[in-house]
Design a protein around this ligand. Structure first.
Ligand code: COA
Ligand code: MG
Length: 281
């Protein structure tokens, strides 16, 4: 089991005290109070200044609390980091990371602003440059606990023509998932913007999970359930995994390395997949 459950990360516009209040009591693994694209230009400063008050003295253990600051290079970046450095956060999301230097820069500014020694970061990869530097971004510092794919900004930057099914994202999803896993971080899949289509969301989330993602960004409370369903192993998957492990353990005791379960060849890598599934419970 990973250190943090980030199977869904719900964006909550930081300019909305009402939505932040609602987010506090949601049964969601994690929320991201957003100072970036969820907040209009005219509300940037007030959203930042109201953040500490809206979070309050304490925040429950669930949902885990993240804040997304404005991106490196914008006029708000440093002031946002200074404002969030001492908040009781599970992590700070840094959007539009193009290089590892963006992550290291954010880390230094947070330390300078008095962040506690053990804060976590979640860089967003959402540009062609970010994709090229994905592995370096993910491993820029051990504070990187998760790496998120910003699929819509990436589509804008690359000229990708988005479809609802999202098949066109396969390569970029693979790059981000691989970079994150190689660095020991949790890869977080992009948003599914049609929040009135729970079936479409569940299918999209299932594709992400099958590509190695550990969770998905979401935008509406109604998206928590479908994503949780997509990421939870089914009873059939669990049953099969248990039978694979049991059969293989028995075979190993007898000195054999390959067994057959349900007409399928089972060897070590198949057993590793089964064990991984069981350990995610
Ligand atoms: N976080 C917390 N509460 C939310 C929410 C969110 N992301 N989205 C909706 N809600 C609340 C609404 O305030 C409303 O509460 P109420 O019943 O107490 O009035 C309830 O859930 C139902 O919302 P609904 O009327 O269906 O949606 P909406 O029209 O109010 O909001 C969006 C739709 C898309 C504007 C809103 O979901 C949103 O802002 N999402 C996040 C967008 C974002 O941050 N984008 C940037 C990153 S991709
Ligand atoms: Mg983005």
């Amino acid at each position: 089991m990973s250190v943090m459950d980030l199977t869904s990360m719900l964006f909550v516009p930081a300019a909305s005290a009402k939505m932040i209040g609602k987010a506090r009591s949601l049964d969601a693994p994690a929320v991201i109070l957003d100072l970036e694209d969820g907040v209009g230009i005219g509300e940037k400063v007030s959203a930042r200044e109201g953040l500490a008050t809206n979070i309050g003295e304490s925040w429950p253990g669930r949902p885990l609390l993240f804040v997304r600051v404005n991106s490196p290079g914008t006029e708000h970046f440093e002031a946002d980091l200074a404002a969030v450095a001492r908040l009781p956060l599970a992590g700070i999301c840094i959007p539009k990371c193009d290089t590892a230097a963006d992550v290291v820069h954010a880390e230094r500014l947070l330390l300078y602003a008095g962040a506690s020694a053990d804060f976590h970061l979640c860089p967003f990869i959402e540009s062609a440059r970010g994709i090229v530097h994905a592995a370096a971004i993910a491993s820029a510092t051990p504070r990187v606990v998760a790496v998120a794919l910003g699929s819509e900004d990436l589509a804008a930057d690359m000229g990708i023509r988005r479809t609802k099914g999202g098949a066109e994202l396969a390569y970029w999803r693979g790059v981000v998932a691989t970079a994150a896993r190689a660095a020991g971080a949790i890869p977080i899949d992009g948003v599914f913007i049609d929040f009135s289509d729970p079936e479409g969301l569940e299918a999209d989330a299932a594709v992400g999970r099958s590509m190695g993602f550990g969770g998905k960004q979401i935008i509406h409370p109604s998206q928590v359930g479908p994503v949780a369903r997509a990421y939870a192993p089914t009873d059939d998957e669990l049953d099969r995994a248990r039978r694979i492990v049991a059969a293989f353990d028995e075979a190993e005791r007898e000195g054999r390395g390959v067994v057959v379960v349900d007409g399928r060849m089972i060897d070590r890598p198949i057993v590793l997949q089964a064990r991984r599934l069981l350990s995610s419970l």
